[in-house]
Write a protein that binds this ligand. Structure first.
Ligand code: FDA
Length: 305
């Protein structure tokens, strides 16, 4: 219930303005978002890489309504890749892109061309790109674009969401040689017709998807903070005879940082997803929806002002 309310608020402009102008938002934003500038993003990357972690960076820009905004987002990625390269970080840091921020909703071909330009720029500095997954209305369009990107850049990564009923099939389809699939539970409010609603059903689907990916020939990227699923993934890696460097664990910036370091110390590849930029509102609200304790933290801050 609370999750639905927060997710509804994540699309509400009135609430957005209220939250953005509340000073206490800043503390919470700081916990989950690395800052607003390229320099902030590079500094956060450097700190994590020095701790033995890998990174993927997301420039936050979700509501893109015209070509100029989409090109601005693309250009921010160019700036970021140049800065990561200048700092000698591209061996450990890649980027994540949202196709709606690159124009998917009003110009799918333009979004593909923007994503391709980012992949070309990433290839030039020796790193990779993963395409984030948004709500189910754009799943097919997103996967079509990932397939096109993979024609020139076979390493272009896809994100699949275990809460969607279709995802086990997508995992099998995307588990071929060279593929990179980031498996997450899914963060949007989706109807029952397309998505499992009960946590247990989502978790069971996640396990079936781990099996499909571990049994394939690509690189599974297991994006979850869930301790049970992490243990199951370790077990399945052994079962499918996979080396530790043939798959990754991935977590979000600011969530379970001690566990991130612990897994890395055990010899696992651990990649941290770092969001940065001005458009942090939708991202923050999805993190709040995942965990009522975060909401309590937020409300305590409001009350104390
Ligand atoms: P779950 O939410 O069940 O949490 C398990 C445990 O993790 C909790 O009990 C708690 O200990 C901890 N935890 C989880 N969330 C927390 C939070 N916000 N604050 C504090 N502790 C928390 N989604 C999507 O739809 N499209 C996408 O492209 C992506 N991309 C993506 C990349 C990466 C690297 C990650 C890690 C996640 C995503 N997601 C995503 C988000 C994902 O779908 C999901 O909403 C979150 O990861 C939370 O789900 P968990 O698997 O962590 O389990």
């Amino acid at each position: 219930m609370l999750r639905s309310v927060i997710l509804a608020a994540s699309r509400n402009k009135w609430v957005e303005r209220r939250v953005e102008t509340t000073p206490i938002s800043r503390g919470l934003v700081k916990r989950f978002v690395a800052g607003t500038t390229t320099a902030d993003a590079v500094a956060a990357t450097r700190a994590l890489v020095d701790d033995g972690l890998l990174v993927t960076l997301d420039y936050l820009g979700e509501d893109t309504f015209n070509t100029a905004q989409a090109e601005h987002t693309r250009d921010e990625y160019f700036k970021l890749l140049t800065a990561l390269n200048a700092d000698g970080l591209t061996h450990a840091a890649e980027v994540s892109v949202k196709l709606t921020a690159l124009g998917l909703l009003f110009d799918p071909e333009g979004a593909y061309l923007n994503a391709k330009a980012i992949c070309d720029a990433a290839a030039e500095v020796g790193t990779t790109v993963t395409v984030d997954m948004e709500d189910h209305t754009v799943t097919d369009a997103t996967l079509d674009i990932v397939n096109r990107l993979r024609e020139d850049h076979p390493w272009a990564g896809a994100v699949l969401q275990a809460y969607l009923r279709r995802t086990e099939g997508d995992c099998k389809e995307f588990a071929g040689p060279g593929s990179r699939v980031r498996l997450c539970k899914g963060a949007y409010k989706e109807p029952e017709s397309v998505a499992y609603q009960a946590r247990l059903d989502v978790d069971r689907s996640y396990v079936r998807c781990i099996n499909a990916l571990m049994n394939g020939q690509g690189t599974p990227m297991l994006a979850t903070h869930d301790p049970r699923l992490i243990e199951i993934a370790k077990d399945r890696a052994k079962w499918f005879d996979r080396d530790k460097d043939s798959f990754e664990f991935q977590m979000l910036y600011g969530i379970r940082p001690a566990e991130q370091k612990k897994l890395a110390a055990e010899g696992h590849k651990v990649r941290v997803y770092i969001p940065y930029g001005d458009e942090w509102y939708g991202y923050l609200m999805r993190r709040l929806a995942e965990r009522p304790a975060n909401m309590a933290f937020f409300l305590r801050g409001v009350a104390s002002k």
